[in-house]
Design a protein around this ligand. Sequence first.
Ligand code: SER
Length: 311
Amino acid sequence: MKKILLTGALGQIGSELTMKLREVYGTDNVIATDIRESDSEVVKGGPFEILDVTDAQKMHDLTKKHDADTIIHLAALLSATAEKKPLLAWNINMGGLVNALETARELGCQFFTPSSIGAFGPSTPKDATPQDTIQRPTTMYGVNKVSGELLSDYYYSRFGVDTRGLRFPGLISYVTQPGGGTTDYAVEIYYEAVKKAAYTSYIGEGTYMDMMYMPDALNAVIDLMEADPAKLKHRNSFNVTAMSIAPETITEEIRKHIPEFELSYDVDPVRQGIAESWPNAIDASAASEEWGFKAEYDLAKMTKDMLDKVK
Ligand code: SER
């Protein structure tokens, strides 16, 4: 990775990954793009271009103009939004991905796009979910993610594009809030804990999902992209996770800092249904073995940092 173009750079991952990549590779070597502008550092602090990922020609032209050798394609609708607007999700998530892969093929770029725990479904083993297992998701987001994994592998085997990906769990961060995801509660809970010492969860008690703190996610992207290709048996995509948690386990941890914090439930059937179709806890050993993945933040360390930063 020497010169990197990101799509969806103002999203939850992009807003932090752009800044981290600028630190590591130099500001001028990281071109942020998004469908909209903002006043943020991502836009003001380095190269930035407006890009709608469904515009294949513009994606090609911008990648060429900036002489990028790496594409990090992040622009996508998350699971709950995709369930509300399935056709739009297909068009943006798959249309954007095909355009990004085609650009990578035409211009010889290395390529990264995130998959998700959403690429699993109800028939997937729920605990210690293996790297290679049944993937029959029942959401449009999941259909997009599995298709994306397959398509990325296809571009590698058929055209030799150096595609790599991670199956991210819910990502927890304090810079940009996620929107329209099923795991968003695990971010909201910290903001509400600081603001009101109370949170009403739309995900029910005892619903376990994998999560990871954003600094670990950013390092994982860079480590995978820099990994020796000879060591990669898998490419799209690697299971990665740092913890498996439910609303009440986060609550217990928050109470160590805010003892009066109260959790109540008002379960949203749509997002609860999505959560129940996903694993409880995935196995990230292939990522550890093939390129040394290791998360630094567990629930306790993440909670302390989140509460400090959100305050
Ligand atoms: N965080 C995502 C979502 O909830 C999962 O990849 O949609």
